[in-house]
Design a protein around this ligand. Structure first.
Ligand SMILES: [Zn+2]
Ligand SMILES: [Zn+2]
Length: 150
């Protein structure tokens, strides 16, 4: 078997993502082993996610701040911060599934949604730096992968 990236090299492992054969150079590039194509694909997806979340986060922070400034400056900052956390925390609250409340009727559905938003916002403030680090790490995967083609 030959490496999927380097045709002239014997395979010494497989990509943990798509299962293609990889040579020793490719296998030792990532942990877990991954082919360059997968690393580039993951990097591109992470880049898209990161940009989308940052843009959403900034827009929501402004909306929250403006909404809060109806009351006091303190409220404006708190609401701005909470709204900023929303895009980062929303995916981190899968435990709160709609199914739990869906059978209870419409009012419960709304209640569920409000609770989910509130929990997401609080989690999001703490999750944001971790998610940025994680996504940045995935983006750098694709940069490393490109060195294989040079
Ligand atoms: Zn792969
Ligand atoms: Zn290779």
């Amino acid at each position: 078997m030959r490496c999927a990236i380097h045709q002239g090299y014997d395979a010494s492992g497989t990509c943990s993502n798509c299962g293609q054969f990889l040579c020793y150079t490719c296998v030792s590039l990532f942990n877990p082993p991954m082919c360059a194509n997968c690393a580039i694909a993951i990097g591109k997806e992470a880049q898209g996610k990161l940009i989308t979340k940052i843009v959403l986060s900034v827009i929501l922070a402004i909306v929250g701040f403006l909404l809060g400034s109806i009351w006091t400056t303190g409220t404006a900052f708190v609401l701005g911060l909470l709204f900023m956390g929303l895009p980062w925390g929303y995916g981190a609250t899968p435990i709160l599934t709609a199914g739990v409340f869906a059978t209870q009727g419409c009012a419960w559905g709304v209640f569920y949604f409000v609770v989910k938003l509130a929990v997401s916002a609080v989690i999001g403030i703490f999750a944001m730096p971790f998610q940025i680090v994680k996504l940045s790490g995935q983006i750098s995967l694709s940069k490393t992968a490109y060195t294989l083609f040079e």
